[in-house]
Structures are given as C-alpha cells and as structure tokens.
Write a protein that binds this ligand. Sequence first.
Ligand SMILES: [Cu+2]
Length: 307
Amino acid sequence: MKTLKYMAILAIIMSVYVSCKSDKKETPSHEAVEVSSDNIINVIAKDFTFTVDSVIPSGWSTFRMKNTGIMEHFFFMTKLPDSITFDDYVSGVGAAFGKTWNPYKNGDVDKAGAYGILGSNLPAWYANATLMGGIGMVSGGQMGVTTMKLTPGNYVMECYIKAANGQFHSELGMINPITVAEEATQMSPPNANAEITLTNETMELKGDLLVGDNIIAVHFNEHPAIGLGNDIHLIKVDANTNMDDVTFWMDWLNIGGLTSPGPAVFLGGAHEMPVGFTAYFNCNLESGDYAFVAETPIGRIKTFTIK
Ligand SMILES: [Cu+2]
C-alpha cells in the first residue's frame, strides 16, 4: 500500500514528538481512447477481483482497466525488494494495515494511535519497496487507460478502496502478484497533448485539454518527505458534486474516505511513481466541468471546463 512507507516514517516521528497528542480531528459514458501502441495490458476489475496476466513484459506498456463492478476501483503497483515474495507482502504489509485500520475504524485509537500501531507492525523491508504507479480511480462501468514504464521484478497489484464495511478491497481479493519479465516491449511513450507536473506545491498544466480524446503526461517531479506521494485522479463535476465531500473522500484515514460509493464519477488517472518518472493517462472529454483531485496533497483540486 502506497501510504505505508511514509506512514511508518510518520509513525516514528509522531511517537517521538506527539505521542500524547489527541487527533482532532446517470453517469456519462467515457470510454478512454487507446493509444497507438503494440503493447496493451488488459485488466478487468470487478467487486472484488483483478483479471490480468500474471507475467507481463518490462518497458513501456499501456494498461487498460475496465471496471465491470459497481464500486470504484484502481490498481496500484508496488515493486518488491528482490528477496521478498508476494506472500511476504500480504502477511507483512497487508496484515499491518489491517491491524492499524480495524482499531481505528472501531474508535479504539485516534489517528496518532493508528500510526503508532502501523509503525510497530510494518516489516523493515518495506522501506526498500518501490511505489510504481498505476491507474487512478475508475467508477463502475468506466475504463481507465494509463501508460507507464516498468522495470523487471516482482510486483504487487492492489486496490485499497474500502467496501461499505470498511474492509479494503485488497483484503477482499483485489491483490495480485505480477512478474515483470526481463523481456521488454519496444514501445515508445505516447504523444501527449497536455502535460501536468506534480510538485508538493503545485499542479502545473501545460497544453490544452480538448473535447474528445486526450493523452495527459504526468510528470512526478517531487514527493513530500513525509506523508503520501503526489498522485492525480480525474472526476466529472456536475450539479450534484460537492467538492468538500470529494476532499473528505480522498483521505483514506477518514471514516467513509475511499469508501464506495464515491462522491463523483472517477475517470482514471495516475498513481505515484518515483521522482523523474512520467505516466500518461487517456481521457475522452465532452463539454462540461471536470476536476483533477489527489490523495496527496489532501485537498488538492484543480477544476476545469471543456467547452
Ligand atoms: Cu477496488
């Protein structure tokens, strides 16, 4: 889970400095366009499984995820250290997360307490895992398309949206081992008509977003030293969209955050990748209002209108 490495760091800091502090704390159809490439990796997401090849090539690939379920889904890739297995991840990271979330959900501990539990349960090797992106949040019936470059190794693909009972989708079956082979695709990255650069302070957009098919390059230029990594998700905004609800929902550690049903129609995006990496995501836009939103920084919203 992408949040955990940073939470472990945060847990240590909080336990040292603030251990006694108490926490106050009809949908349009958007079929994203295919890029012209020879390496498409299809992912079918439903409640609560991924159907995807277990061995995929390295290099650039376009991931195309159809959400055939009712709930929101995404996938996020974690590259494991060489000596670590999928089972190690599930029994180490997954279990630590469950041990953290359940008492928090039940009101037994506050957020600071939750971080403390997490920090004391995460395996040490997790600091050497690499957070390698994925397709942003996709509502039921929608498709997300994201192109990214992966290096060979063993990965975990998971979704950590929560079901109504608060269980993570990864706990319910949405977690797959993926081997990225030494054999690489010969694919080049797609041509983007717009670029977004993510830093801790800004989300800079260059280029024009148009009616119809768009390919947006997302440059990961910076991540916070502590906390979550910068990411980006696209939502459709209409008269029923409450941006405060969206902000609340994007914080997984809120009760009801990242919990289906979501506060808007999600159309994909790109999860955090290491600094210096670029992901590309496709979107087919019609006239109307949209917004880019993020898990990090919480509250980051950039609305825009397609005329
Ligand atoms: Cu899911």
